[in-house]
Design a protein around this ligand. Sequence first.
Ligand SMILES: Nc1ncnc2c1ncn2[C@@H]1O[C@H](COP(=O)(O)OP(=O)(O)O)[C@@H](O)[C@H]1O
Ligand SMILES: [Mg+2]
Length: 417
Amino acid sequence: MTVYRAEFPEKLRFLFEPHRYKVLYGGRGGAKSWSVARALLIQAAKAPLRILCARELQSSIAESVHHLLRSQIAEIGLEGFYEVQNSAIHGRNGSEFVFAGLRNNVTKIKSFEGIDRVWVEEAQAVSKGSWEVLIPTIRKEGSEIWITFNPELEADETYRRFVADPPAGAAVVHVNWDDNPWFPETLRREKDELKARDPDAYRNIWEGRCRAALDGAIYARELRVAQVEGRIGRIVYDAARPVHTFFDLGWADSTSIWFAQSIGSEFRLIDYYSNSQLPIQHYIGALQERGYVYGTDWLPHDARARTLATGRSVEEIMLAAGRRVRIVPDLSIYDGINAARTVFNRCWFDEHKCVEGLQGLRRYRYDVDPATGGFSGRPLHDLHSHAADAFRYFAVAAEDDRPGGSARGIRMRGWRT
Ligand SMILES: Nc1ncnc2c1ncn2[C@@H]1O[C@H](COP(=O)(O)OP(=O)(O)O)[C@@H](O)[C@H]1O
Ligand SMILES: [Mg+2]
């Protein structure tokens, strides 16, 4: 028999009971990650289990919980039992821990067979699309989905799905620092300091309450108005009008595409698509698959750069595929944001097809300057910012196409057809 030593906060006893979903959410330092790591290591030592450790994006194993699991193996004295490899952890009884990113990783996620436990860490960032692929994949008898996160917005998919309206069979527990008997002194100092300086941020970061809006959210007001005016809802594709697309290009970063129609004075954002680490041919396929009648594909400036791999630029490849392509004028981010604010009150969004794009817009925010603790003038570049980048290109093209609106001397034909 394997001997181990581990203790858990009282509130987390349920980790050792069977539940289809185990949801741990709350502020920092609540012992969520440590407890889940330990509970899984102990359970997988008692019986052979296949465990998938997932997060929304994982471009390397260093971003996963691999490191945490390894240190917990030592802490609870299971070094003799587990063999830690670079990309997996194996138990002597056949138990196995594997690691993967969820976003746009359908094939890989579906290829994991016979998973007994999934641990989704940092789950506040998990998108609707990812949950919809993951959940049906975990279908083995008795399998469980464990979810840990620090909430941000009430509108976030994970919060809505597992806290606001949890599914049958979910055990949902709110844990904070004061549930953690081993809450470290260094964290206590950080916590008290934030409480004195910024009570709103404190409530979110340490008490695990949702924020009303993200600090520094760039389009907070515009999105609120759109919601109140009913411009985020079901939008019907008008087959008599062309659909224009607006791309932000990336490889490791996502490529993001908005699909828009210009109808009267309205812009209808009817669809959104993003993916990563795929060649441009993939996105051309994604456009064709949707079967819209297309107008112009608007690309950012970097679409002109030739890639080393193909010797051709994205623009050339798209033209060769018979697409009608234009390059968006190269405005500063600042001008782009202003253009977006200007067109925002004419925009209607399909809330289902554009769910990820809207999530990106809600989270588009200014970076915090580490020197001053205030917001810098630069938007944060993160996994959500690509939707906002593509939206800026849309706005720049739309703005410039006002009747007589070639304010910058660039007349863009092809957008309003
Ligand atoms: N079972 C435990 N035994 C000893 N210390 C613990 C235990 N669980 C948590 N801690 C301490 O609490 C800290 C915060 O735990 P962590 O799991 O990282 O919290 P959360 O994931 O909720 O932010 C850890 O860094 C560790 O110092
Ligand atoms: Mg944690």
